[in-house]
Design a binder for this molecule. Sequence first.
Ligand code: SF4
Length: 296
Amino acid sequence: MQATADLIRAQQQRVRERFPDTPTAKLALLPAPIRNPRGTKSIAMGTVGDRHVDWVAAMPPLLLLEDGKTEFDRSKVVMYAYRHSYAQRHADAGVPIDQLRKLMNHDLLESTRRYYRITEERTRKAVDAVARFHFDRHGNRIWREAKQLLDSEHVRQNLEAVAVPFGRCSEPSNVQAGGGDCPIRFRCAGCDHFSTDVSYLPELETYLSSLLQTRERIAAMTTADEWAKAEAMPSHEEIRRVRRLVANVKDTLAELAPDEQDQVQEAMVTIRKSRAVMLGMPSVRQPLPDVRPERP
Ligand code: SF4
């Protein structure tokens, strides 16, 4: 994402220097080359398409990376295909699907999902790679056999648990409701039905920092009743539990050899991407307090 932003900024700077008398807001990002003295007209798509065809035709043979011999059909190098490449590269880099949706200017996540793929084989390998790094709510390792998970185990995991924002829930009624019926309002760090793995580390850290920020904001509020503040305040106990969980996951990762850390990191990226594709995971937020607290 940073590379894309830098590229766009550099182009904006070039256009500003070329048309210094035109207000910035009126400048086209890609100005038309003729009859455009103020830089406000965008280049026509037909012109870009024609230049692109010429550019592709002038290229040396495009050889596939897999074998370095087979030539790629250059008729498939069309401009629209870059949208797919763009989406795939960002997804491969672990950009969350909601951010990618904004970058691609889509209204629906469903539209964004169509632009990139994750192979099932790759996802399974990644799941196998992090199978040894599962934790219960206390941050204790849940040891699994290091050998590859059986197919039945993959299926079982999917049927008997649902995703929650920073792990998995096996509470039967919540599983049956697809994850929307938690009886204790998603206080997962205090629930035996909760487990997590290393791939959720970023969400766990975000959740911890949102708990801390929420505490500070509520403590500073002077415009709310004490009972309302008390209801909304994240508890010290929850913060302590989440902090311990984060620390245990990080310590486990830190103990690995560098090459093993690389493998786990790569598996984490694949799993996080797959999770975003399959589930459109929501951002992590502080769980809602009681909507109607008891009153006299
Ligand atoms: S608090 Fe327990 S039951 Fe509720 S979502 Fe989390 S793990 Fe499931």
